[in-house]
Design a protein around this ligand. Structure first.
Ligand code: BT5
Length: 259
C-alpha cells in the first residue's frame, strides 16, 4: 500500500508489506542508523504485534494503520517523556474526531469510541533514555468478526467519514507533530503547554472508579482523580493516594464521570 500523504508529513517513511513488529524493527534500525525525528515505519500486517505488558496486538492484513514513529526528546523537564504515549493517543483521538466520530482516551494508551477500543499506543524508551519509538494501531476496515476481542471496534463500525489508511496516518502524524512541538517548546512541561489539560478533557478514566492491576498481579480499587505532571494516573483509595505510572486499568462502572 502506498502512503503518499503520510510520506509528506514524516521525515522518511518506509512501508513493509509484512513484518513481526514495527516497534521492534524501528528500534533495531535506530541502533544501526542515525534516524531523524518523525522517521516512520508502517506495515500492512504484523505477525508479532506488541501491546503493553507482553500482550499482543492483532489485526488482519490491510485492515488497519500499524505504524511506529521515531522521536528524540531533548526535554529539560524529563517528566515530558512520560507524556509521549498520552500525546500520541490524543493525536489519534483528534484524527478520529476529524473523521466525524467522537472519541476519548482510557489512561494511558487506549483510544475509545463509545467505550470500545479503536486504537492502542505503545511507547518504548531506549535504554539510554535518548529516544522513543512510539507505535500505534488504529483499526480501520475490520468488521466485528475480524476484531480479536469484544471490546474492540473500528473506524468502519464507528461510521467514520473516511476509511483511507493513508489519510488516517497523515492526519495522525500531523497531530503528533503539532502536540510534540508544543511540548518541546515548553521544554517538556505538559502543564505549561496545555497538554495535561487536553488529556484531562479527553479522558474517559478521570472520575471513574477503577481497578488498577500491577505487573506483579496485585490490584487495588479506587477513584481516578487526576493525571499528574509526569503523566501518572492519580488514584484515591480509602487508605491512600496512589500515583500509577504502569498498570492495567479496568473501569469498574461506565458513565460514572458525572456522578
Ligand atoms: C496496546 O497495548 O494497546 C498497544 C498496541 C500497540 C500496537 C502497535 S501496532 C504498531 C506498533 N508495533 C507493535 O508491535 N505495536 C505497535 P495494550 O494496552 O497492552 O492492549 C493490548 C490488548 O488490546 C490485547 O491484550 C487485546 O485485549 C486488545 N487488542 C489486541 N488487538 C486489538 C485490536 N486490533 N483492537 C482492539 N483491541 C485489541
Amino acid at each position: 500500500m502506498e502512503y503518499p500523504k503520510a510520506s509528506q508529513v514524516a521525515s522518511g517513511l518506509e512501508f513493509l508489506a509484512e513484518t513481526g513488529s514495527t516497534n521492534q524493527d524501528l528500534a533495531a534500525l535506530a541502533k544501526k542508523t542515525d534516524l531523524p525525528e518523525f522517521y516512520t515505519l508502517v506495515t500492512d500486517f504484523q505477525s508479532a504485534g506488541r501491546g503493553r505488558l507482553d500482550r499482543v496486538w492483532e489485526a488482519p492484513a490491510a485492515s488497519s494503520v500499524m505504524a511506529s514513529v521515531y522521536l528524540k526528546p531533548r526535554f529539560e523537564n524529563t517528566s515530558g517523556i512520560g507524556w509521549i504515549s498520552l500525546l500520541v493517543a490524543e493525536s489519534i483521538k483528534r484524527t478520529i474526531q476529524d473523521l466525524g466520530v467522537s472519541a476519548n482516551i482510557k489512561w494511558p494508551n487506549d483510544v475509545l469510541v463509545s467505550g470500545s477500543k479503536v486504537s492502542g499506543v505503545l511507547a518504548e524508551v531506549s535504554q539510554d533514555l535518548a529516544s522513543v519509538v512510539v507505535g500505534f494501531g488504529i483499526n480501520v476496515t475490520q468488521e466485528a468478526k475480524d476484531l480479536p476481542v469484544q471490546t474492540a471496534t473500528s473506524l468502519l463500525l464507528a461510521g467514520a467519514s473516511s476509511l483511507d489508511r493513508d489519510v488516517t496516518l497523515a492526519k495522525t502524524l500531523s497531530n503528533i507533530k503539532v502536540l510534540y512541538s508544543e511540548l518541546a517548546a515548553a521544554k517538556g512541561d505538559a502543564q505549561a503547554c496545555g497538554l495535561r489539560q487536553q488529556l484531562l478533557d479527553s479522558s474517559a478514566t478521570i472520575g471513574q472508579m477503577v481497578e488498577v492491576t500491577f505487573k506483579n498481579q496485585d490490584s487495588v480499587q479506587g477513584r481516578a482523580v487526576d493525571i499528574d505532571d509526569s503523566g501518572r494516573l492519580v488514584v484515591k483509595t480509602d487508605a491512600k493516594t496512589l500515583l500509577v505510572s504502569a498498570g492495567d486499568i479496568l473501569h469498574l462502572r461506565a458513565n460514572e464521570k458525572d456522578d
